[in-house]
Design a protein around this ligand. Sequence first.
Ligand SMILES: *Cc1c(COP(=O)(O)O)cnc(C)c1O
Length: 446
Amino acid sequence: MDQRVTTTDVRRRIPRTDAVLGDPRLTEAAHRLGPGAVKAAVRRAQERVRAGAIAPDEVADTAVALLPRTAGGLRPVINATGVVLHTNLGRASLSAAARRAVGEAAGPTDVELDLRTGVRARRGRTALAALRERVPSAAAAHVVNNGAAALVLVATALAAGKEIVISRGEMVEIGDGFRLPDLLVSTGARLREVGTTNRTSVADYAAAIGPETAFVLKVHPSNFRVTGFTRAAGTGELAALGAPVVVDIGSGLLAPHPLLPDEPDAETRLRAGASLVTASGDKLLGGPQCGLLLGEEELVRTVSRHPLARALRVDKLTLAALEATLTGPETPTAAALAADPVGLLHRAERLASALGADGIDARAVESAASVGGGGAPGVTLPSAALSLPERYAAALRTGPVPVVGRLEAGRCLLDLRAVEREDDERLADAVRSVGGPVAVDPATER
Ligand SMILES: *Cc1c(COP(=O)(O)O)cnc(C)c1O
């Protein structure tokens, strides 16, 4: 036998792609992830043999380790940021019921067909009925892609070529450079600005309303707070002026929330006299990304029959998730908001002592969580966190089960308020997996 293994020998001994693909683990992965992803992993493993990094008989094992974890590029992460509705993490986490509903609606489904008569039916009728049931003061409802789409549709259908009366204190940027005034103007509506940044009275609105007015728009400042010498007009006072009042409540609360007294809700605003309420589905409602339109029958009909409505319509998966959110058990968002700080601290202590027993510098600390971009600016939710050395932050983010925490005073905090209780063990495992020499996850190494 050869004593010296030359480069040529190694090349000759690289297993053929076809042979490696016969490995049952890779055959199964091809069904789950698609053949392209599996072949790419095998090619990368073969290159490692060529580079002398692994032995030829390690190709299959290496390819398995290099496989992507999901068929989609999006990876599930644990939200330990302490921000319940984190926009960069996809806002609301769907309930188990909503996730199941999405799976059940994934194939052919009766989204637009009455199975009893075999005749076409109103798209998403059961989800819309569930929405109306939760908001009794809404005579009608319509669902579009997101909160911004709801506003665009209302402005286009009701105010193109006319005026929207809006307070200067409510000309809001919703994030990433997107500003509601720009969005509204892009529809062909004109903005009639009234009042000042901090103070707008009913008289300001009254003086501006005229034949050109399509509606008065109230926008909830959902991501900032104006305090001090301020004044704003109420929905009821504005409704009394005669023009339709549209209220963008943002957060999607359907009824008042005891812990968030300053957050507007759809039922209360409609009862106060709003003609239409618009909101997001994936903020405090805790559902899928969508935009809700609730209110007077005539206006909802006009809006939902506008040609643009077709371009903004939601898919069956969204309708399924929305209905399951509305009718199902407590959402993860509601659970996170309601979580008792003492219970959170107990969870943190349990985790800290289990990890401490494994030699990890983990402590349980009190912390401050927040609702996030989805609403209730300035509200602090007392919380608890697992405190780890700073170097854990990046390692946890890029580990096999990505965990996103936050840095505070030189420590990595894993805040438990937005972590579902059932995920505590996964969280502990994730910390253990990066606790020793920092592991590199092949899926993020790409
Ligand atoms: C979040 C928000 C929007 C935008 O809703 P998206 O669902 O993100 O499109 C509009 N208005 C207000 C007041 C909001 O809070």
